[in-house]
Design a protein around this ligand. Structure first.
Ligand code: HEM
Length: 434
């Protein structure tokens, strides 16, 4: 395995070399349950992944589709503001870590499954979904014996020590949940409520599956739909919440930045607004710099998805043989002292007169990855993160909880493996601004 930790090497890898996707199709938890495959070769998996990804990018994550979910994002952010207002009335601290996880889980559930937590009859508790997503990510991030010793020995050791049991249990529960949602979508239309909301991702996929012709070269089934849902849940719930948690953590630790952001937002948007919508986002430049700086210091995924060399390649003068796994460490790249001045400090202004962006063209800032595997959910994620933060900064001032004297007292200890989350939940006291 080769780990890349500089932007030059990352650029060389992502621009120059054709790399294969390197998921783990034959690991029990990730392969069988999340993608609906029992035994599948690497090549078959690669083909499946390419086709499903093409379909997802074109049909599910296009700008037009993301735009169609705008009202869901605005409504859910509105619910969040309402809940925070209740804590502001009591002057009690809000657990912002929990708040942001609930926000992203609610949005993803509505967009992907058409299921609304605010309506009764939801098949699974919202908190259980959040737990399952965290457990699944932890399980996926940890190695099993089969990863270290592919083949019989690894499988035997996993059987002996229960290596896959934990992974399978989590995936089985998620699988049952997806099945329930799919069954619900397959019920006769007349039995369903008629609501004026965009078609959710399950509905879109079932519709596409229905229209597949017998001669279609690539065909997908219900299990593959569950695989897409698994990707969306695991990739979409945690990451957006983590980005918002780190942004608010850094703002609370840096009162100068918080004050500047709130002054700009309130002056630009005007006082006494009842609602802040996505149309307001493009008016507030400083918030965008804050989000870039948050992604630099705290990319929710510290490593991109693993790549694999398909042939012999040279990276920064080093010879890398075929079939070598390449890991790109974007966390280290974002803090590289060769590239960034005062890399450990939170200074959004560093992006003020710079063209550096996070959309995959600048290899020193890669929170969403780059190239063939770039995050397809980026527009959706950015929409949520910007709107969520904008609302919290417009409607509330934020104080430290009792016993904490200055912002720097807020710890920035990290936890996790696949995603890097703030270890201690972020607690702040909201004060209603108007
Ligand atoms: C701030 C939030 C998010 C961040 C930072 C993030 C970051 C990433 C990164 C770094 C990758 C790997 C890219 C690479 O290796 O080049 C990825 C993949 C992925 N993301 Fe996101 N993501 C976010 C939100 C979302 C959302 C909201 C969704 C879906 C609604 C989503 C869906 C996916 C999927 C399906 C993949 C796998 C793509 C593949 O297998 O090729 N992500 N994301």
């Amino acid at each position: 395995m080769v780990v890349i930790s500089s932007s030059e090497a990352a650029g060389e890898v992502l621009k120059t070399h054709d790399l294969g996707c390197c998921n783990r199709p034959n690991t029990v938890g990730t392969g069988k349950l999340s993608y609906g495959f029992k035994d599948i070769s690497f090549a078959q998996y690669g083909e499946y992944w390419r086709e499903m990804r093409k379909l997802a990018v074109i049909e599910l994550f296009s700008l037009k589709k993301v735009q169609s979910f705008k009202s869901i994002r605005e409504e859910e952010v509105g619910f969040m503001v309402k809940k925070v207002s209740e804590s502001a009335l009591n002057q009690s601290p809000v657990d912002l870590s929990k708040t942001f996880f609930s926000l992203t889980a609610s949005i993803i559930c509505r967009v992907a499954l058409g299921q609304n937590f605010n309506e009764s009859g939801f098949v699974i508790e919202q908190e259980r979904i959040e737990e399952l997503v965290s457990e699944a990510l932890l399980a996926l991030g940890s190695f099993t014996c089969s990863d270290l010793f592919p083949g019989g020995l690894g499988r035997f050791l996993d059987w002996l020590f229960g290596g896959h049991k934990r992974i399978n249990k989590v995936f089985e529960e998620l699988d049952a949940f997806y099945q329930h949602v799919i069954d619900d979508h397959l019920k006769p239309k007349v039995a369903k409520k008629v609501v004026d909301s965009p078609a959710d991702i399950v509905a879109l996929l079932l519709d596409m599956m229905d229209k597949q012709g017998t001669k279609d070269y690539f065909k997908f089934n219900i299990d593959n739909i569950k695989g897409v849902l698994m990707d969306i849940f695991l990739a979409g719930v945690d990451t957006g919440a983590i980005a918002m948690i780190w942004a608010m953590t850094e703002l609370a630790r840096n009162p100068r930045v918080m004050k500047k952001a709130q002054e700009e937002i309130r002056t630009t948007l005007g006082l006494k607004r009842e609602r802040i919508t996505e149309e307001d986002i493009d008016k507030v430049d400083y918030l965008k710099l804050i989000i870039k700086e948050t992604f630099r210091l705290h990319p929710p995924l510290p490593f991109l998805l693993p790549r694999e060399t398909m042939s012999h390649v040279k990276i920064q003068g080093y010879d890398i043989p075929p079939k070598t796994q390449i890991q790109l460490n974007v966390w280290t790249i974002g803090r590289d002292p060769e590239r960034w001045t005062d890399p450990e400090d939170f200074i959004p202004e560093r992006f003020a007169n710079s063209s550096v962006d996070f959309r995959g063209q600048h290899f020193e800032l890669l929170p969403f990855g780059s190239g063939r595997r770039i995050c397809p959910g980026m527009p959706m994620a950015i929409g949520t993160v910007e709107l969520g933060l904008l609302n919290l900064l417009y409607f509330f001032d934020w104080r430290l909880p009792q016993g904490m004297i200055k912002g720097e007292d807020i710890d920035i200890e990290e936890a996790g493996n696949l995603t890097i989350v703030k270890k201690q939940p972020l607690q702040l006291v909201p004060v209603q601004y108007h």
